[in-house]
Design a protein. Structure first.
Length: 378
């Protein structure tokens, strides 16, 4: 029995994921948080702080920044300096800051993509250039020629997602080097959302921050990182923006001055403890998610009308359901009691995204319901 097998009733806890289908017998496998309790060192530290009962102004601790720096070095072999780090309440907020700050006429990204990669540039008044991911060796990758050809002189910003949501790709060193060369040739700023970096499931891949590829890349990258996905603490709202380039960072800090200040007390504590004391929890989580992914893969293999490429990372499976010829795949599976993410929201209605960050028992029940839904089509 794993700690992740423990069922937690999230109904009535103001959970976005569970409240969408309040009062209905629908298993929610959509928004990207997991149904697991946060690591107990985080919970205990927050409890202890609550017992103090005084919640006055409280700046971010040096220890929190140090824990983050050590974690990044330990896990991704990237050495960052304290002064490069800017706290932010979340990666989406940061992405909106960055797109407005860079204010590029065109912003390039790869699709399908997590919706805020389209929304943030639009909010900034930029046009979004969408370059489709391509299937290569049964994995989602980028056609680098096509990508480069799509960059015009009006494009100064690449919004990159690594590991990719929803494609599940953790980009290799070779792929990142190609992107780094393109970014240099076209003088792009790269905003790299690496929120899923700790959720690498393929034992043959690892997370490589694009900023760590070379010094040029380090100078042109704005990296967004957060403990929220990895340790299931999204509601605590904590993330970091890492900018190595001194002038870019100083300008950016002026731009957001007055818009972000310190994290709340609990976000600070959770972030410090997550990065300092929760490696073992994370390793166990990955093992558990690997088993869940296997179940999803087996389910897809049993159904030749479904297709799922190999994925390196994330607890999200991007399933091609076009073979079922359904008018609305999302609505159809909902009728059978499974709430998936509609591929339309990521730019491709032929797909559904399945969040397998849940207890095996619940996942099995959801897959059984999906199987019934498919069997009823024949
Ligand atoms: C790629 C990606 N970026 C950002 C976020 C959200 O980040 P935050 O909650 O820190 O705004 C998500 C959540 O699903 C995500 O998948």
């Amino acid at each position: 029995m794993s700690i992740f097998d423990k069922r937690v009733d999230r109904r009535g806890s103001n959970s976005q994921k569970w409240d969408r289908y309040k009062g209905e017998d629908i298993i929610p496998l959509w928004v990207a948080d997991m149904d697991f309790e946060a690591p107990s060192p985080i919970v205990e530290a927050i409890k202890k702080r609550i017992e103090h009962k005084v919640f006055g102004y409280s700046p971010i601790e040096e220890e929190t920044l140090e824990a983050f720096i050590d974690f990044v070095k330990r896990h991704y072999e990237w050495e960052i300096k304290k002064e490069w780090i800017i706290f932010s309440y979340g990666v989406v907020i940061s992405m909106n800051f960055v797109t407005r700050f860079i204010n590029s006429k065109e912003v390039i990204t790869t699709t399908p993509i997590y919706p805020h990669f389209i929304k943030a540039p639009k909010n900034a008044g930029s046009e979004v250039i969408k370059v489709p991911l391509r299937e290569k060796n049964r994995r989602w990758s980028i056609d680098f020629n096509e990508f480069e050809k799509s960059i015009s002189k009006d494009c100064r910003l690449f919004l990159f997602c690594n590991p990719h949501n929803p494609g599940g790709t953790a980009f290799t060193k070779e792929e990142l080097k190609k992107l780094a060369n393109i970014a240099k040739r076209h003088n792009l700023i790269v905003c790299s959302d690496e929120i899923h970096s700790d959720l690498i499931l393929n034992p043959k891949s690892r997370h490589i921050p694009i900023a760590s590829i070379n010094k040029d890349m380090e100078q042109r990258t704005i990296t967004l990182l957060s403990p929220s996905k990895s340790f299931n603490i999204a509601g605590l709202k904590s993330s970091f923006i890492v900018i190595a380039n001194d002038s870019l960072r100083e300008e950016f800090k002026r731009y957001i001055s007055g818009l972000v200040d310190d994290p709340n007390i609990f976000a600070n504590i959770a972030t410090k403890i997550a990065y300092r004391e929760c490696d073992e929890w994370l390793f166990e989580l990955r093992d558990y998610l690997r088993e869940n992914l296997k179940l999803v893969q087996e389910f897809v293999a049993k159904n030749p009308k479904l297709k799922l490429l190999n994925q390196d990372a994330t607890f999200l499976a991007w399933i091609d359901v076009s073979g079922l010829n359904l008018k609305s795949p999302y609505e159809y599976f909902l009728e059978y009691g499974v709430g998936l993410s509609d591929g339309k929201d990521f730019g491709d209605e032929r797909f559904l995204r399945l969040n397998f960050g849940t207890q095996i028992e619940l996942l099995v029940e959801a897959l059984n319901r999906m199987q019934r839904a498919i069997d009823n089509l024949d």
